[in-house]
Design a protein around this ligand. Structure first.
Ligand SMILES: [Zn+2]
Ligand SMILES: [Zn+2]
Length: 337
């Protein structure tokens, strides 16, 4: 089969590799769609350590083609998404549902081969059947949607609370979709350029703010007087996070959902301490993929506007370059292997 392989940090090729065989408890899925994520670029550069050589890709959907255990044969031929978490299922962490605390935890696309290929091996216990009318392209976004669901749930976001989202990339837009579905109000999305905010407007943001054209903090005083209940950073940029801390109301929550591995940042302690803020990290998206698929199937959440570029796997270089440079109008590239 064809697969995109990162041979070592900085070296990515497409090559012919053997079709993988599912071990007991695993399934082989024919990949129908695989989305490119900014973290894939970190695996490519080596900033996220991975088991090289590695096929990246953790946002996927497809059809089950083969299974490793007879009891999983019911999955064959089903349209699916699934968990990327390979765990023991036996330890205390696994049995309490905290798969990511399992000592044997390995994530597909990072420690195990991912979805930039014709086939992927995934754990059968994490499979989730996909409703017929959800497209494979949209379904591939169940993973980033799970991040938004998990993070807003952890923050105990509530009906009628105000929300500000800093950053209009895929995570920012998934947060917008979830915040709206949860009944939050006056959901504001900001980005540097007005041209990056069109999709947020289309998805029903209450207001959008281009930070290159006006002062975010001044604008927010008019929209959320007294501060914002839930402020979400979806950039991972130090100055944005500092601003988020200033914009949350006293006793509010700041959610850190931008990519920040290895970064050390300066935070003015008073912004957190005196204002009694809760600062909450993303990344707790385990077991959220089924909920993500249900919400998509029932039309509660529509992520179709995020799929801006559909391309063949052969165009992986172009897709990775777009994910890095983020040209205007680009949110997500999705491969159709
Ligand atoms: Zn991702
Ligand atoms: Zn375990």
């Amino acid at each position: 089969m064809k697969a995109v392989v990162i041979e070592k940090p900085g070296v990515v090729v497409m090559k012919e590799v053997p079709v993988p065989v599912p071990q007991p408890g695993f399934a082989r899925v024919k990949v129908a769609a695989a989305a490119v994520c900014a973290t894939d670029l970190e695996v490519l550069t080596g900033r996220i350590p991975a088991n090289y050589p590695l096929t990246p890709g953790h946002e996927w959907s497809g059809v089950v083609e083969a299974v490793g255990s007879p009891e999983d044969e019911c999955w064959i031929g089903k349209r699916v998404i699934g968990s990327n978490d390979v765990v023991c299922l036996k330890c205390d962490a696994c049995r309490s549902g905290n798969w990511r605390y399992c000592k044997e935890f390995e994530e597909i696309g990072f420690k195990r081969d991912g979805a930039y290929a014709e086939y992927i091996i995934v754990p059968a216990y994490g499979l989730c059947e996909l409703d017929d009318h959800v497209s494979f392209e949209e379904a591939a976004l169940c993973e980033p949607l799970g991040v938004a669901l998990g993070t807003l749930e952890k923050a105990k976001a509530k009906f009628a609370e105000t929300c500000l989202i800093v950053g209009a990339g895929s995570i920012g837009l998934c947060m917008l979709a979830v915040a709206k579905a949860m009944g939050m109000r006056r959901i504001v999305v900001c980005a540097t350029s007005k041209k990056r905010l069109g999709i947020a407007e289309q998805m029903g943001a209450y207001a959008t703010i281009a930070t290159s054209e006006c002062d975010l903090e001044e604008e927010m005083k008019k929209i959320h007087p007294g501060g914002t209940d839930v402020v979400i950073d979806a950039t991972g940029i130090e100055s944005c996070i500092q601003q988020c801390l200033r914009l949350a109301k006293k006793g509010g929550r700041v959610l850190l959902a931008g990519y920040g591995r290895g970064k050390i940042m300066n935070i003015r302690m008073d912004d957190v301490h005196i204002n009694n803020l809760q600062v909450i990290g993303a990344g707790n998206n385990w077991n959220m993929h089924k909920l993500a698929a249900t919400l998509m199937a029932d039309g509660v959440i529509d992520l179709k506007p995020l799929v801006t570029n559909v391309m063949p796997l052969d165009s992986y270089q172009e897709a990775l370059e777009m994910a890095e440079k983020r040209p205007l109008g680009f949110v997500k590239a999705v491969f159709k292997p």
